[in-house]
Design a protein. Structure first.
Lengths: 663, 514
């Protein structure tokens, strides 16, 4: 079938649909390059993806099952496609960028009364939480150089027992779970009923695991948690390229910080300072004065000249700012460390301030339906201009011309040889042999579903960004983003909380102390906060996932031994914004096409002139049928970003090898 | 290049747009003519509504069409059931909303909306309030909407408390919007009236308001909204205007005042309720009728101790801000006003220093500050004079730029205004009916229009001023007792035949220095 055979020649082949790759794809396609954009996964955006709750559960499974993918037999197929005078550079079939994955569930497993489903799903819950985490652990013992859970210590006796559940699809899991653990469940229920009855209101409020699964489609859980500075590189690019029309955004409503055991609002805009109850009027003036100075600090070098070699923190002290203000500015506005130098601190403050007021009272925007939307928006742009998309379709190896030492073609997973003049690839597809070093930085991540905001206020529909300074001097500063349901990332009545920091160890070790400070983490699933008033005031954690993500952002082209027309895109970095990835995309684009403009505005549809010869006239790059198909598939996704249902795209690239045999 | 999207050139686009505009214009003009024809034919039907709707939705500022629409609606109303009328007007409201999206500041739209609401059998005020809030959130200074909102609030009986909360919200989101502060100032006296003066605000609430204003001007001392509101608050609590004076020239019936002595002290009952002031009565010497210049030098209304302590605290707050922002003009000015209200004489030196700073930091308004400073200096001098009960008024070498409160100097016999920067002696100067000696050397006086009919004036010294023309001196002829005039150092002496001209103009002046 023609639809299953890709054209054999492209200007640019791009592997991986993360933000950087997608921006490059859109930029190349926009200026008329023919682009083939592939991803080995069945969903868009790679490590930038957003998942529904159920989608995330399958993602967790996928990582666990990764070792089952065998690649050795396929090698023969592509060997025969390599000519004399060519070298083959194989790519990695395994993604090892995620590690130390742990999942815990604290939501009650109680059955909901009105539920029509007869199956007592209730029981499966607490056990499942255990199994998932343990499954992850179990994996690691078997999957040697993979990743899913490197927690070797946890390979205990229980694992084999639960192994069968692991491999089975979710639905089966429920039923298989029921048998044994129901006992313990009953015990617990009896315990609960023995204690004085909860007021009925609270019972209604309680969110069960079952409910999370049932409402799973309302979640859009990002693997990467980032916000968009309203004058940052990403927003500028979205506007400049008109890609912004494919997405909607919500303002971050407030900036919070954790200080002296309490969550406080950081007054950062003029209106905040005016309304702040915790600052004295003199503090208000000092803060405003300092911030005003930061806005154009370059104009007043005399103010900070003596401190250019000293930390920003000392400069703040010298400015006679109160403790309060120093904390706010250092941790929540500049968001720098104790050791950051003055000038850098001033720049960070300035950037923050310049972003204020463009779209709201904080400098940040968040894309509705999650950050994973953004790479997809760029993919859509690429598709509109003729780019061809195949998910679940990867590249086996690169064909390198021995003389010029340049990639001239790639061989895809179906054994087709596709020639190209440039190859863009995401870092996780690169084998260790092609790397100069395999030591990486890591990002620690935690994703929480909670029942309440960390700082309840008049409006329960605010996105909050929370800065948490290091709890101890050795610990990293943690950045937390609390998303409300109107951000379309979680079900009503819950909050989706993302924690991020640069790793000093495993994600759980880095972040669990912070979580226990800010949230109520029950010891028994479904347990109500204990009597302590303090615990009661904290939001309860219903579900939590920890993992480490590899941070390759420090790598550059010298870190890889690859031909010069192979451009490696490093993954997400640990910063709050995506500027790094956008800048990288721009520089790769300029490497590929030094004389072309980067993402010029797309013309209005009515200004485009169509030749009268019908859709085919413009050649493969502008094949109407491709456009509409890719377009449609992307549009469908927007409504429902569950990876499992992206079939319309994946159909083009069925996993089985039939197209290869057709040749 | 292969695969590139072809885009229309700008010239092509322009041309297309131009054609489209022409087409639109044609359609509009023909529809307009049709509507006007219908109107003059007196047709009031559904079709008229439709046609005007078409026109108004592209141009909502066409007042004639709104008028016609009202005529049609009134006509249709007569032939319909109540339910239908309600529907008719509700759809009208929807239509207006669409028009407001075209132009949110259309006079016609807002007026029509008010009118529709008066015709509506069951108006939905909550929805109207919602509309106002939406409009104000898009443009918080849309005065059409503010006006309309006042109507809605009045009609729907929204409580004053709620409205005050509304201003809280608006001020919270942007305290630079004076519309919200002003609205607040109209609500507060209704909600927290002072026991006696109902147009004022009770003290407890005042303190809260002071705090709100502090928050605003400490956050952004350059924003004038909060300062204006603050000054309004200060003005509510106390009478910042210290001198409350009246001057009346009235005809008294003969015999009511004894002719024997020239001066009387009488108690005068003023129309304002709470003021009883002593005043001196002085018989005038108008030629033809007996008239009495009734002169009142009112005392200043003393601040109550309570109020003083509040003001003192406010002064402290402002001084605190001044320490942080020594260049801030609003702060300086407010401090000056507070000092005046508290103790004008005791703070005189500081006030003058602040005026100096003000002129430096805000040179654009230095003349305003000079005038204000002159006013305060004159007030202070009057005050001192009042205590000393003298009839000599001396303000030499004080950089005065203007003269005011002359109405309070009616009893003064000697004035010394030398070495200032006065440009003129204003017409009000003629009020100084007792003035005998005027010294105004070393100024820049050009005009003497105020030296007019001063019956007791004997001596005028105007050395080193800017009197240029003989005509400038004409008014002096009306001062019948003037015998000594010093005009040395004025450009007027260059005039030809000045001596003879002058002696002709002022025959009574015996000692003339040129």
């Amino acid at each position: 079938m023609a639809a299953e055979d890709l054209p054999s020649q492209f200007d640019v082949v791009i592997l991986g649909t993360g933000l950087t790759e997608s921006v490059i794809a859109a930029a190349c396609s926009r200026v008329g390059q023919s682009v083939l954009h592939l991803d080995r996964r069945n969903y868009y955006a790679g490590n930038w993806a957003s998942f529904t709750f159920n989608g995330l559960l399958s993602w967790i499974e996928q990582y666990k099952n990764q070792q089952e993918v065998q690649i050795t037999e396929l090698e023969q197929v592509w060997r025969s496609l390599i000519d004399e005078g060519e070298d083959a550079v194989p790519l990695s079939a395994l993604d090892s960028s995620i590690s130390n994955l742990e999942v815990f569930c604290y939501a009650s497993e109680e059955e909901e009364k009105e539920e029509e489903m007869k199956t007592p799903l209730s029981s499966f819950q607490p056990v499942n939480a255990e199994t998932v985490s343990e499954e992850a652990n179990g994996d690691s013992t078997e999957a040697h150089d993979t990743v899913t859970g490197d927690d070797t210590t946890a390979s205990d006796a229980k694992t084999p027992n639960e192994e069968h559940e692991v491999s089975e699809p979710k639905e089966d899991q429920h039923t298989s779970d029921i048998s044994e653990p129901s006992q313990s469940q009953e015990e617990k229920e009896s315990q609960l009923s023995s204690s004085p009855a909860d007021p009925p209101v609270e019972v209604q409020k309680k969110i069960t695991y079952q409910k999370l699964v049932k409402e799973g489609r309302r979640f859009n859980i990002d693997l990467v948690s980032k916000l968009m500075y309203s004058r940052g590189a990403l927003v500028d690019l979205l506007i400049k390229s008109n890609v912004s029309r494919y997405a909607e955004f919500k303002n971050i409503g407030r900036i919070l910080t954790y200080r002296n055991g309490k969550v406080e609002q950081v007054p950062c805009s003029r209106a905040d300072v005016f309304a702040s109850k915790q600052l004295t009027v003199v503090e208000k003036r000092m803060l405003m004065k300092f911030l005003t100075f930061c806005l154009d600090f370059e104009q007043h070098p005399e103010e900070y000249q003596d401190y250019t070699e000293k930390p920003f923190r000392e400069f703040l002290k010298n400015k006679k700012l109160t403790e309060n203000l120093q904390h706010f500015i250092l941790h929540s506005i500049a968001m720098v460390t104790q050791h950051t130098l003055t000038e850098e601190g001033l720049k960070a403050t300035q950037h923050f301030l310049r972003c204020l007021g463009r779209y709201g009272n904080t400098p940040f925007l968040f894309p509705l339906y999650g950050l994973g939307e953004i790479p997809q928006c760029f993919c859509r742009m690429c598709a509109v201009f003729g780019g061809i998309y195949c998910l679940r379709h990867s590249v086996e190896c690169l064909v390198v011309d021995k003389v010029s030492n340049k990639v001239k073609a790639v061989i895809d997973t179906r054994g087709q040889r596709i020639s190209c003049s440039h190859f863009v690839v995401e870092d996780s597809y690169i084998r260790d042999e092609q790397r100069q070093s395999t030591a990486y930085r890591q990002i620690s991540r935690a994703v929480l579903i909670t029942d309440r905001s960390v700082l309840p206020s008049e409006s329960d529909q605010q996105i909050s960004m929370v800065t948490i300074p290091p709890l101890e001097s050795s610990a990293p500063a943690v950045r937390m983003v609390e998303l409300c349901s109107s951000s379309m990332t979680c079900m009503p009545g819950t909050y989706l909380v993302h924690l991020t920091c640069s790793s000093s160890g495993k994600a759980q070790e880095d972040l669990a102390p912070v979580i226990s400070q800010l949230f109520h983490v029950s010891t028994i699933p479904g347990e109500e906060p204990s009597e302590g008033a303090e615990e009661r005031s904290k939001p309860a954690v219903l579900w939590v996932m920890y993992f480490n993500m590899r941070d390759t952002s420090a790598l550059d082209s010298s870190s890889y031994s690859l031909p010069s027309n192979v451009h490696v895109c490093t993954g997400p970095d640990d910063s709050l914004c995506s500027d790094y990835s956008i800048k990288l995309a721009e520089s790769v684009f300029h490497h590929i096409l030094p004389d072309e403009e980067f993402c010029p505005p797309a013309p209005n549809p009515e200004d485009i002139i169509y030749d009268g010869d019908g859709p085919q006239a413009e050649g493969p790059g502008f094949d109407e049928s491709t456009n509409t198909e890719a377009d449609k598939s992307l549009a469908e996704e927007e409504g429902n970003s569950e990876p499992a249902e992206m079939d319309s795209v994946t159909q083009q690239a069925p996993l089985d090898m039939t197209p290869a045999s057709e040749e | 290049m292969h695969g590139r999207v072809k885009v229309k050139s700008t010239a092509q686009q322009e041309e297309e747009k131009r054609k489209e505009r022409e087409k639109k214009l044609k359609a509009f003009v023909s529809a307009r003519d049709a509507v006007l024809r219908k109107r003059s034919a007196g047709e009031h039907d559904e079709e008229a509504l439709q046609l005007t709707q078409q026109l108004l939705s592209s141009n909502p500022d066409f007042a004639t069409l709104w008028n016609y629409r009202r005529e049609v609606l009134l006509q249709l109303e007569t032939s319909r059931e109540k339910d239908e009328v309600q529907k008719l007007y509700e759809s009208e409201l929807h239509f207006i909303e669409a028009c407001l999206k075209v132009n949110p500041k259309s006079y016609g739209c807002w007026h029509h909306r008010s009118w529709v609401n008066t015709r509506l059998p069951q108006p939905d005020w909550t929805r109207e309030l919602g509309l106002c809030d939406r409009c104000l959130s898009l443009d918080e200074r849309n005065f059409h909407c503010w006006d309309y909102r006042r109507v809605v609030v009045k009609e729907s009986g929204v409580s004053v408390e709620q409205e005050l909360q509304f201003t809280d919200r608006l001020i919270g989101s942007n305290f630079s919007n004076y519309s919200s502060w002003h609205y607040r100032s109209t609500l507060l006296p209704q909600l927290h009236p002072q026991p006696i003066h109902s147009h004022r605000v009770c003290e407890e609430q005042l303190l809260k308001e002071y705090e709100l204003a502090h928050n605003a001007f400490f956050t952004d001392p350059n924003d004038q909204s909060a300062w204006f509101y603050y000054r309004w608050l200060l003005g509510r609590g106390v009478c910042v205007c210290i001198f409350n004076c009246l001057c009346q020239l009235c005809d008294l019936p003969p015999g009511s005042v004894s002719d024997i002595s020239n001066e009387h002290n009488l108690t005068v009952h003023w129309t304002e309720k709470y003021t009883h002031r002593d005043c001196a009565l002085y018989t005038g010497e108008h030629r033809e009728r007996r008239s009495v210049a009734c002169v009142c030098v009112c005392g200043r209304s003393e601040l109550s101790v309570e109020k003083s302590s509040v003001l003192q605290a406010e002064l402290q707050s402002c001084n605190q801000l001044l320490e942080l922002e020594p260049q801030n003009k609003w702060c300086l000015l407010t401090i000056i006003l507070l000092m005046r209200a508290l103790d004008p004489l005791g703070h005189e030196k500081e006030t003058l220093a602040h005026f100096q700073t003000l002129k430096e930091v805000d040179p654009m308004r230095s003349s305003y500050y000079s005038d204000l400073c002159s006013k305060f200096l004159i007030e202070n001098t009057i005050l001192k004079m009042e205590y000393a009960e003298v009839r000599v008024f001396s303000l030499s070498n004080k950089n005065l730029t203007t003269l005011c409160h002359l109405d309070q100097l009616l009893l003064v016999t000697h004035i010394n205004l030398s070495s200032n920067q006065l440009l003129r002696l204003p017409p009000q100067f003629a009020m100084l009916q007792c003035l005998e000696v005027l010294e105004a050397d070393d100024n820049a006086i050009e005009s003497l229009e105020g030296l007019y009919h001063l019956p007791k004036l004997e001596e005028v010294s105007l050395r080193n001023n800017q009197i240029c023309k003989l005509s400038d001196l004409e008014s002096l002829a009306s001062c019948t007792k003037l015998t000594r005039l010093d005009l040395r150092g004025n450009p007027v002496h260059k005039t030809a035949n000045i001596d003879s001209e002058l002696s002709q103009l002022l025959p009574l002046v015996t000692a003339l220095s040129l």
